[in-house]
Design a protein around this ligand. Structure first.
Ligand code: NAD
Length: 499
């Protein structure tokens, strides 16, 4: 355990956490009709720090109706695109002004390192908001040179318009609660939609705070609403007939339920789901770079990253060297609370999730797999798991197939890149992959053959707002980021004028 040189939590953050939290509807907090509450825990201690409403179908209905009224009144889509852009840029400034508070709040409820909260959860989010704000003024249709032959002599001009789809449901997981809420919120707003965000029951606080900041930035009441709650709240939102588009990030099983619910109402949907992402290290790999890459790709946020590197295929000529180095670092990593900036491994998000990860570890033991590091229980309050490095994992092991979503690396040696490619692709998932080599010919031969929405070369996990992000196969449908994100919140209308 680390020395506990913890960041002191700001009084403003403590005061926010201690509030009697409600839902956020029509520009302000509102009590829920549901009397049920969800407890929010500090993952570093297991203590309850707050409760939020467990919204029921009636509460969800109220939020959606409110968002629909705001949409119909055109209080947001009726603004000039330049005004929407300006307000979203102002929101970015205000998130930046509240950066430390938001980062502390995220670490308190999610458990991640304050360093990651500052740099990614808030820092990358501010850049994302600024990038996406610019799309508000760059949504365009096309003019079409049509050839309609009747009546003889008639002339036509046709064009398309991209129109906001309506009320969006943004359903968010607990691993990057603020950042992923923003991945949905800002492109939806840039397109002119209104939105109801449902954060994960484990991590609802930053979305509630973000909604307040959005009002301060000038986003009109009713445009951005937040409902908190568990599975039933999400299901009520996903099946609500007034929702025009669902943007979901979460697990593949929940994604399937959401897709099924959406189809009943012909609700548009996009799904960003799980991953079991391979990193393939070829014979010429730079060992130090590969070790750093596997650690960053595999242990960032305790491996609770959809795109985390979790299957590490290593050419046999470098296998021993890389495996030993990874095991050495993993064994020496300091566990500690997210508020301790020196801690290298922080708690998982919840007791339930730690139990799930421990079940994967127990299964690996039962399968007789060889642990080079980790695999033992942490005897300390909070939801800690020792980072694990597991060697010589056979292709048919559950550890190769199942998403663990924890700090667990499976190492797999290979002799032939074609064999590594075949094994890397032999997975139901296809979110991301990385290749580690400077052999351009081999890399460029492999890139088109990898079944994944993102392929990194000599890096694993960097994202950029301009770079489309999403999954092949069971890792999802649709893309976030770039123009794809904004277009996903629009309908295309054709207009044909006879003259
Ligand atoms: P989850 O699927 O359990 O929950 C995600 C959200 O859906 C939560 O808000 C939850 O309350 C809600 N939900 C649960 N049941 C629902 C239902 N029936 N209808 C509607 N909503 C419902 O996922 P999680 O455990 O919060 O997050 C971890 C998962 O998310 C992992 O599988 C991870 O890979 C995935 N993930 C994917 C990406 C990506 O971009 N591809 C990013 C982050 C996380």
């Amino acid at each position: 355990m680390s020395s506990d040189a913890k960041v002191r939590v700001n009084d403003s953050v403590r005061a926010f956490v201690a509030r009697e939290h409600g839902l956020f509807i029509n520009g302000g907090p509102q009590p829920a009709q549901s009397a049920k509450r969800v407890e929010v825990f500090d993952p570093s201690t297991g203590e309850v720090i707050a409760t939020v409403p467990d919204a029921d179908a009636a509460d969800v209905g109220r939020a959606v109706s409110n968002a629909r009224e705001a949409f119909d009144a055109r209080v947001w889509s009726g603004l000039r695109p330049a005004d929407r852009e300006r307000i979203l840029l102002h929101l970015a400034d205000l998130i930046e002004a509240n950066a430390e508070d938001l980062a502390q709040l995220e670490t308190l409820e999610q458990g991640k390192s304050i360093n990651i909260s500052r740099a990614i959860e808030v820092g990358a989010t501010v850049e994302y908001v600024r990038y996406m704000a610019g799309w508000a003024t760059k949504i365009t249709g096309e003019t079409l040179d049509v050839s309609i032959p009747f009546p003889p002599g008639a002339r036509y001009t046709a064009f398309t318009r991209k129109e906001p789809v309506g009320v969006v449901a943004g359903i968010v997981p607990w691993n990057f609660p603020l950042m992923i809420a923003v991945w949905k919120l800002i492109p939806a707003l840039a397109a002119g939609c209104t939105i109801v965000i449902k954060p994960s029951p484990e991590t609802p606080l930053t979305a509630l705070r973000l909604a307040e900041i959005a009002v301060e930035a000038g986003i009109p009441p009713g445009v951005f609403n937040v409902v908190t709650g568990a599975r039933e709240c999400g299901a009520a939102l996903a099946s609500h007939p007034q929702i025009a588009k669902i943007s979901f990030t979460g697990s593949t099983p929940t994604g399937k339920l959401i897709g099924t619910a959406a189809v009943q109402n012909m609700t548009r949907f996009s799904l960003e789901l799980g991953g079991k992402n391979p990193a393939v290290m070829l014979a010429d790999v730079d060992v130090d770079q590969a070790v750093q890459g596997a650690l960053a790709g595999g242990f960032l946020n305790q491996g609770q990253v959809c795109a985390a590197a979790s299957r590490i295929y290593i050419h046999r000529s470098k296998y021993r060297q890389i495996a030993d180095a990874l095991a050495d670092v993993a064994r020496s990593m300091t566990l500690g609370a997210g508020l301790d900036p020196n801690a290298q491994i922080n708690p998982l998000v919840s007791a339930q999730h730690r139990e799930r990860v421990e079940q994967h570890i127990a299964r690996a033991h039962a399968d007789g797999l060889r642990f080079l590091a980790g695999g033992t229980r942490v005897d300390h309050p909070g939801y800690y798991v020792n980072p694990a490095v597991i060697a010589d994992v056979p292709h048919d092991a559950a550890l190769v197939r199942d998403e663990v979503f924890g700090p667990v690396l499976a190492l797999i040696p290979f002799d032939d890149p074609a064999e590594a490619l075949r094994q890397a692709n032999d997975s139901p998932y296809g979110l991301a992959a990385s290749l580690w080599s400077n052999d351009l010919r081999t890399v460029m031969n492999l890139v088109p053959r990898i079944e994944a929405g993102t392929v990194w070369v000599n890096c694993h996990v960097p994202l950029d707002p301009s770079m489309p992000f999403g999954g092949y196969k069971q890792s999802g449908m649709g893309r976030e980021f770039g123009k794809y994100a904004v277009e996903g919140f629009t309908e295309t209308k054709s207009i044909c004028i006879a003259h």
